[in-house]
Design a protein around this ligand. Sequence first.
Ligand SMILES: [Ca+2]
Ligand SMILES: [Ca+2]
Length: 342
Amino acid sequence: MIRNNDRAGTRMPSGASILPFILCTLFVACSPTAAGKSSPTGPILSATPSRTRANPESSPTPEPSHSPTPSETATLAPGSARTIPSDGMVQVYVPAGEFIMGADDMDAKKTLAGGRAYPEVPVHTVYLDKYWIDKYEVSTGQYAMCVEAGACQAPHLFTSGYGSAYRPFYYGTAEYKDYPVIWVSWFYAKDYCGWAGRRLPTEAEWEKAARGTDGRKYTWGNDPVSSTVANLCDINCPLPQANGKYDDGFGNTAPVGSFPDGASPYGVMDMAGNVWEWTSSLIKDYPYSATDGREDLTATGERSWRGASWTNGYWWMRASLRYRSVDWYWNYNLGFRCASST
Ligand SMILES: [Ca+2]
Ligand SMILES: [Ca+2]
């Protein structure tokens, strides 16, 4: 049975939806930035899928720009990895082809969390061209490089400093440089990916990277959620929906890549839990179509979030789950990763 407190997992704390609006008004920081763009250099391919953690502190590698040759492209396999010079991010390869999007099982139908979660039906098949997606959520250390380059705005101010929930300091500290960046709106996420030579993933790209092509329920398969697969609102979580059945070791955000048991079929990390992730897509009913206006990056409206976070219960860890908010929103449980078409 689904516990009520799990269902309530991501309801924003009372006032949380109001606070950003107030801050937004006070700081006039909620419009898209007119940030400058650096000249991203090409990716560096590694011969085999890499399990190496991105090192956000490493300075952008001075290696020359590198474009894959036809022979290298021919050797790419699902999950092949490369490192992006601009921010040190590892990306994994997702081949072209169809995958199963959406869900219509009892969990998917059971509740839509007071209307904030979004219908995952009907289950349908979507074809995607090949693409690359970041193996990890973008970290505070990586995001800081973009801020220092003048291409990104610092995360929205929280209380007296750049803290996270229950931490007075977070962004800009060495201690949390490998933790996911938070307090970033959709515009901030989009600017970062642009600076890094990438873009936000579409909702379809995000879901294929999370669950592969076989329609599995979770990133790791169909086995139930356990304490080793995701950072969710477990016994350490200082929120009312904390679930003592799980002990994942983190009562807040965790360093990116801390749950290898929860890796997706392509080796992508933290696609269940840790922080929610912005996608490029406006939230719209299925079936998904990239040409029906939902990928219009100039439109305003509610954009899709995927993957749930450390503030959510197990029900939210399903790879097909959809959530959304207005594009200028930000919170302590919301970050992003990027993708690339080539
Ligand atoms: Ca946790
Ligand atoms: Ca995540």
